[in-house]
Design a protein around this ligand. Structure first.
Ligand SMILES: *Cc1c(COP(=O)(O)O)cnc(C)c1O
Length: 467
């Protein structure tokens, strides 16, 4: 069909000689070894030949031969295959690396996902009574307990949780204004901009204060008959110092109660533990604290400091949580059984204080001597010809959490004439290794590499150095 279309586009007398281009079946035969679904390979070959036909020079200059076509398509297919989801080794030292899928799951969560994936489950079924049951009832109970909240609910991510809350409170005129400090109109990660999220929720921004200073009076003056809620957004991924002021959450909560408007706090990371113990003296506010301080609802992510799957968790009063769950829009944001299974297992681990079983928690807490010992073994295995050395670095929590916390860490340092080239070769390994370059050396931070991956790491380094 496409071919006919092309032919009809050509003007008489200008038609190049199609016969000089290799036939589709011949190109396909050469690409028999490509590990991609056949229809995808066929589509790329057809498209490539069509493009060549459309741009082919006149008859007197030669068309690309079979080898050239195969080579070009093969390189395109390789690029496509690289976009397929697969495991990589995170040697960046960034623990919650958003581009690398944030939190790897605990073994118990993996088991729960596998089990739920393979079987029918009681997702919305009451096994005791033999009729329909509530989705996520158990995980909501565990999360509420973890956060010392009356109730909890779960949606696809924290952005969705915020949109849901904004839509719920701000969708009824005349109460459509969301009161928020100018210091909190931030962008967090790719594509999460607080003003856009508020507008996506159908609300109107009512900005108060300035970038660096917002007082309780600024809030008080902004609240009128249009106010639907006061929103506070945690500045996850950056910090402000110097001439900076904002009211504390208790003051805001008091004002909200006086004025009879709800107060919602978006924490983003949602640490359930005291993050000051990571050595940065930086305290990520916890959901339990935010609720204690008077927030009606608190939102946070499932795959940041909680260490679970992508999810948005809302905790707060029974009344408001029930109202959010009744929103028709909630249906569009609900999680599937796999996410709920993973979240349930992760939340149980945290409730039982088995946080060492949660990979990101373990990575954060791994002592330097343990890392140094592994690094020593890896460097010894690589041998002196590799010029590999044990180095030092600082790891980061990442995922827009704790920007000021630098966790001391241990690296494998690989000197190279062209470190970017070496880093690129390591990304080409069968299990790609993602490193970084600093001070002219390729650095592999062991804090984010699972010890079970050390053997792979060694062979990837060897292969990259040998080329
Ligand atoms: C990360 C973050 C979000 C977005 O969370 P997702 O789960 O990625 O949607 C929202 N608010 C804050 C404050 C954050 O840090």
């Amino acid at each position: 069909m496409d071919n006919n279309h092309h032919k009809s586009d050509l003007r008489l007398g200008e038609a190049p000689d199609f016969r000089t281009l290799p036939a589709v079946h011949r190109v396909l035969a050469e690409l028999a070894d490509v590990d991609l679904p056949r229809p995808l390979v066929v589509q790329r070959v057809r498209r490539h030949l069509e493009t060549l036909r459309a741009t082919l020079p006149r008859e007197d200059s030669p068309a690309p031969d079979l080898d050239a076509v195969v080579k070009a398509v093969r390189s395109e297919l390789r690029a496509i295959a690289r976009t397929r989801l697969r495991s990589v080794i995170n040697a960046t030292g960034i623990i919650i690396h958003t581009n690398l899928g944030r939190s790897p799951l605990a073994e118990r969560a993996v088991q729960a996902v596998t089990d739920a994936a393979r079987n029918y489950v009681n997702l919305e079924y009451d096994v005791g009574h033999g009729h329909r049951g509530g989705r996520g009832a158990y995980v909501e109970r565990v999360l509420a307990l973890l956060c010392a909240a009356e109730a909890a609910c779960v949606v696809n991510n924290c952005a969705a949780a915020l949109v849901l809350a904004v839509r719920h409170f701000a969708a009824r005129p005349p109460r459509t204004h969301v009161v928020i400090s100018r210091g909190e109109l931030v962008q967090i990660g790719g594509g999460f901009r607080v003003p856009d999220i508020i507008e996506a929720g159908g609300a109107t921004l009512r900005e108060v204060g300035t970038t660096n200073k917002t007082t309780i009076d600024d809030y008080a003056r902004a609240i009128d008959e249009h106010t639907s809620l006061i929103l506070r957004v945690h500045r996850s991924n950056f910090f402000m110092g110097g001439f900076v002021e904002s009211p504390d959450s208790r003051e805001l909560a008091r004002l909200a109660r006086q004025k009879h408007v709800p107060f919602v706090e978006d924490l983003g990371s949602g640490a359930l533990f005291d993050t000051a113990m990571l050595g940065g003296n930086e305290r990520e506010p916890t959901p339990q604290r935010a609720l204690q301080d008077g927030a009606d609802l608190v939102t946070f992510s499932g795959d940041k400091l909680l260490g679970g799957p992508q999810a948005g968790i809302v905790v707060g009063t029974e009344h408001y949580i029930a109202a959010l769950k009744r929103e028709p829009f909630f249906r569009a944001l609900r999680c599937d059984k796999l996410v709920l299974a993973a979240l349930e297992a992760t939340a149980e681990l945290l409730l039982e204080e088995n946080s060492a079983d949660v990979p990101i928690r373990r990575m954060m807490e791994e002592p330097i001597p343990t890392l140094a010992e592994r690094a020593g073994r890896i460097v010894a295995a690589l041998g002196p010809d590799s010029r590999a050395e044990v180095g030092r670095a600082t790891a980061q929590v990442g995922g827009g959490s704790l920007p000021q916390t630098a966790i001391p860490s241990v690296t494998i340092d690989l000197p190279a004439n062209d470190p970017q080239e070496l880093a690129s070769r390591m990304r080409a390994a069968s299990l790609p290794v993602i490193s970084y370059v600093a001070g002219g050396v390729v650095k592999l931070d062991l804090r984010t590499v699972f010890p079970r991956q050390d053997a792979h790491l060694i062979s990837a380094i060897r292969t990259a150095l040998a080329r």
